[in-house]
Ligand binder design. Structure first.
Ligand code: HEC
Ligand SMILES: [Cu+2]
Length: 351
């Protein structure tokens, strides 16, 4: 009875674990519902290898069951030993050839897909974006288009967008499971891969290489929009005017405070690609603040007053004079007016 209970308990724990892990899924953060070329190609390989594994498992269980039933010791057979088949040439050949066939069946499509996904021969005709991984945020420089943005990467649906990735500090890894695979972002050599989304939407991305205390918060999004919307967005970004004065007095104060408090030494608005902190040109359109916080004013004020408690080890902490709640509020008011385009994560379907 006790043994049975023990087995039941571990089965129960396992199914609970499965339930808990099933809850880990973020919307559009799964390789199992592919919405892009690279993700589809990985999914096909996942299906192929699962089918082969299930096939092998079933055959083994079948043979095992037959042997158990056919060769069990029957009544009156004490001391009986079945025929020994050690060294059977036929069996040896069968269980060498079948695994070779299975491994080749797995290897050919896997190698083909690996080369296909690494193919950057057409990048000169495609869209090229320089991606820089920083502890703990992402910078996207649209070099040919001559503007930059951070955290939210906009791409047109149905086109190959080549991302050329470099890190400014430690090794990161760029991973958008619903659209493409995953690739290391190194400090010294540029790694390139392409994104090709099949459907409009906002896709969650993550840093997939342990890079410091806030590694797990190093999130980004890929915003896939129609090609027309993409062109519109690019021209809106190119025409963003950094000198534009906010309408209301609070936000005007905020702009002045932003200029007085050293913020501009790290954050660019509507100008050259910034290197130390995220580009804030279209900050009011962010899908998340600092990559992961809901884009509300309360969260922004909290971030400005105490970034350390929200993202331990981030590179903004302590780099500017402490702000009063009122000052943080005015700056937030200003930053939340920095929008220059109708094309936003919301218009692309939201999260
Ligand atoms: C030393 C450079 C530095 C200074 C000075 C600085 N920041 Fe930052 N800021 C950063 C970095 C780095 C991040 C990204 C932190 C992270 O996510 O790990 C950041 C993130 C932010 C974000 C979130 C951006 C996003 O895309 O979600 C806002 C908003 C922001 N800073 C506003 C300010 C304001 C306002 C000031 C001035 C009061 C300021 N920063 C001063 C470096 C700086
Ligand atoms: Cu990282």
């Amino acid at each position: 009875m006790k043994g049975w209970m023990g087995k039941f308990k571990s089965l129960f724990l396992l199914s609970m674990l499965a339930l808990v892990l099933a809850g880990c899924g973020k919307e559009n953060l799964t390789a199992l519902v592919p919405k892009g070329y690279g993700a589809e190609s990985s999914m096909n390989l996942i299906i192929l290898s699962t089918v082969i594994m299930v096939f092998v498992f079933l055959i083994v269980i079948l043979v095992y069951t037959i042997v158990l039933i056919r060769f069990r010791r029957k009544k009156g057979q004490e001391g009986y030993i079945p025929k020994q088949v050690e060294g059977s040439k036929t069996l040896e050949t069968v269980w060498t050839i079948i695994p070779i066939i299975l491994v080749v069946t797995l290897a050919v499509p896997t190698v083909a897909a690996t080369f296909d996904l690494a193919d950057e021969s057409a990048s000169a005709d495609g869209i090229n974006i320089e991606v820089t991984g920083h502890q703990y945020w992402w910078h996207f420089n649209y070099e040919e288009e001559e503007f930059a943005t951070s955290q939210d990467l906009y791409i047109p649906v149905g086109e190959r967008v080549y991302v050329h990735m470099l890190s400014s500090d430690v090794i990161h890894s760029f991973w958008v499971p619903s659209i493409a695979g995953k690739m290391d972002v190194n400090p010294e050599n540029v790694n390139t891969m392409y994104l090709e989304a099949h459907e409009e939407g906002v896709y969650w991305g993550k840093c997939a290489e342990l890079c410091g205390p806030s590694h797990s918060l190093m999130d980004f999004k890929v915003i896939a929009v129609s090609p027309e919307e993409y062109d519109q967005w690019v021209s809106d970004m190119q025409n963003a005017d950094p000198e534009e004065e906010p309408q209301d007095a609070v936000a005007q104060d905020g702009k002045a405070l932003f200029e007085e408090n050293n913020c501009m030494s790290c954050h660019a608005i509507g100008s050259a690609p910034s290197a130390v902190g995220p580009d804030l040109t279209n900050f009011a359109n962010r899908s998340r603040i600092a990559g992961y916080l809901e884009p509300t004013k309360e969260n922004l004020v909290d971030w400005l007053m105490d970034p350390e408690s929200l993202k331990p080890g981030n590179k903004m902490t302590g780099a500017y004079p402490a702000l009063s709640e009122e000052e943080a509020d005015s700056i937030a008011e200003y930053l939340l007016q920095l929008e220059h385009s109708e094309i936003t994560p919301e218009s692309a379907g939201g999260l």
